[in-house]
Every structure is written in C-alpha cells, then in structure tokens.
Ligand binder design. Structure first.
Ligand code: CP
Ligand code: NVA
Length: 301
C-alpha cells in the first residue's frame, strides 16, 4: 500500500480538512486539561530540516512526546543527506526505520521525490512553494476565535510566497474569498492563481484588499533563502506594511495573523502584531495541536 502523504493542503479534501481542524480543537482541550492520550506509543517521527525552524521543530517534537512517541531531529550539518546522499536513498532508509517523516526543504520537487521513495507518510514542514502545516494552525485559530471561515474575506498583504500559496489552497478548500495585494513582480505563481481562480482576487492596492476583511495576514518580505534580496525587497514592499491605518479599513472585529518569525517595523507595525486584534500567539501554539491532529489522522488506524 502506498503511504498517505501531506505535501500540500490539497492532499486533504474539504471534509477531511474541516474534520481535522475540529479534532485539533478537541486535542487542545485534552492537553490543556492534562489528560494523557498516547496513540503513537513507540512510534518514531524523523524530522529532516534543511532550513532553520523554531515552531515547526518544537511543535512536532512536543506533539510526538505528548502522543507517547519520539521525534528525531536531523540537520544537513550532521546527516549524509547534507553530504550529498541521494534523496531516494535517504527516503528509503529513513522510512525503513521510522513511522513518519517530516521534511523542511527548498525546492518543492525535492519533497515530492522524497515522498515517492518513502514507504511511510511524508509531511511537508515548509518548502519554497507551500507551508501547509501553518495553514492547519491558522485555520484552527480562526475557527476558535470566530467560527467557520467559509464565506469570509481574508486579505493577504505582501509577498506571493509559500504562505500565500497555501492560503490560496485553503480558500478553495474552505470556501472563503482571498484578496491578495502584492507589489508588481512578487505575485503568487500563475499555476496557483489558476487553480484557485474562483476564490482569489489579485490586486496591487493593499487598502482595496482590506475592505470588508475578516482576517488580515502577512509574512516576511524576504523568506528563507532570499536573504540577499532583503534591501531590494524592502523598497518594493514598503507600501505593504500592515499597520493601524490598514487594519482600520477592515471590519472592526478583523483578526491579524502572521506565521512568525516577524519583523516589527517591516511587514507589520509593532502596534498591530502586539495589539488586541492580533492572534499570533494562539496561531503559533496551534501548530502543536493542529499537527497532532494531522499525525493522528495519518498514523492511527
Ligand atoms: N511559522 C514557522 O514555520 O516557524 P518556524 O520557521 O520557526 O518553524
Ligand atoms: N515565508 C517564510 C515563512 C517562514 C515560516 C519563509 O519561507 O521563510
């Protein structure tokens, strides 16, 4: 039997995603009440990180421990993968010794190749193209604060990057309207735009994108791997900062989200990210609960 992977949000159906989000809320309640629930006793998650991480690493590691299993952190500095061992060989070997593999890497094709040769589920912990685990947490956070997101208006302000692509997937699966405001030259890939065309409106004016918005989301201007573009990007993105003036255009009860890490004074002003409409700390914590729901879904019979 081929393993069930989670490489993009669209590896789940709308119903599966909705069920998983509600399960994440339930798992959070159990954990906050201190109830022991260990469905993954003796199970092992291998975590391959080719880029830095705080939230993804800690949430998967803590989640596996809480579930009674174990997680192994693998960095390119210490593995043979980092010395050029082929992806296919690494995937075969790691999957023969573990029950699930999480991969954070650069090119999306790399994780697809990894999954092709893995006999156990592969989870995408971020590629240059998408960040589906973050969307599980974001959508759980919206659900907890405001209820179902279907029919709502979400504004994506800034770079048409991996997070933006995953928001486009979420818009399609959960049936919300996504207004994307990007500077010219930084739009999302056309393939993603075509796939989600019914649910996405692309514009250049951030104020226009925030009208009637229920949720405003942004991300760093230079993602991991783009550090040398920082100065050029700062100039292009300067009018795209999410600040009080932009939040005031949205609905009064609009929420603010950011996957973190954030740069106060760049993509978001300090008064917004640290203000009353921001739910970024719940969003970060929900990485733990949403990924536990994902692990349970992929690994528990
Ligand atoms: N949001 C997120 O993925 O954070 P890390 O890079 O710290 O894992
Ligand atoms: N777009 C960012 C997200 C970090 C969690 C990056 O890829 O660096």
């Amino acid at each position: 039997m081929t393993a069930r992977h989670f490489l993009t949000l669209t590896d789940l159906s709308s119903d599966e995603l909705t069920t998983l989000l509600h399960r994440a809320v339930e798992l959070k309640r159990l954990q906050h009440q201190g109830e022991l629930y260990q469905p993954l006793k003796n199970k092992v998650l291998a975590m391959v990180f080719e880029k830095s991480s705080t939230r993804t690493r800690v949430s998967f590691e803590a989640g596996m421990t809480q579930f009674g299993g174990h997680a192994i952190f693998l960095s390119p500095r210490d593995t043979q993968l980092g010395r050029g061992e082929p992806i296919a060989d690494s995937a075969r070997v790691l999957s023969s010794m573990s029950d699930c593999i999480m991969v954070r890497t650069f090119e999306h094709e790399k994780i697809e190749r990894f999954a092709e040769y893995s006999s156990v589920p592969v989870i995408n912990g971020l590629t240059d193209e998408v960040h589906p685990c973050q969307l599980l947490a974001d959508m759980q956070t919206y659900l907890e604060h405001r209820g179902e997101i279907s029919g709502k208006i979400v504004s994506w302000i800034g770079d048409g990057n991996n997070m933006c692509h995953s928001y486009m997937h979420a818009a399609k699966l959960l049936d919300f309207q996504l207004n994307i405001a990007c500077p010219e030259g930084y739009e999302p890939h056309s393939r993603y735009l075509e796939e989600a065309s019914d649910h996405v409106r692309l514009m250049s004016d951030p104020a226009e994108a925030c009208k009637q918005a229920d949720l405003i989301v942004t991300d760093v201007w230079a993602s991991m791997g783009q550090e040398d573009e920082q100065a050029r990007r700062e100039a292009a993105f300067a009018p795209y900062q999410v600040n009080k003036a932009l939040m005031d255009i949205a609905k009064n009860d609009a929420l603010f989200m950011h996957c973190l890490p954030a740069h106060r004074g760049e993509e978001v002003s300090a008064d917004v990210i640290d203000g009353s409409q921001s739910v970024v700390w719940d969003e970060a914590e929900n990485r733990l609960h949403a990924q536990k729901a994902l692990l349970e879904y992929l690994l528990v019979e």
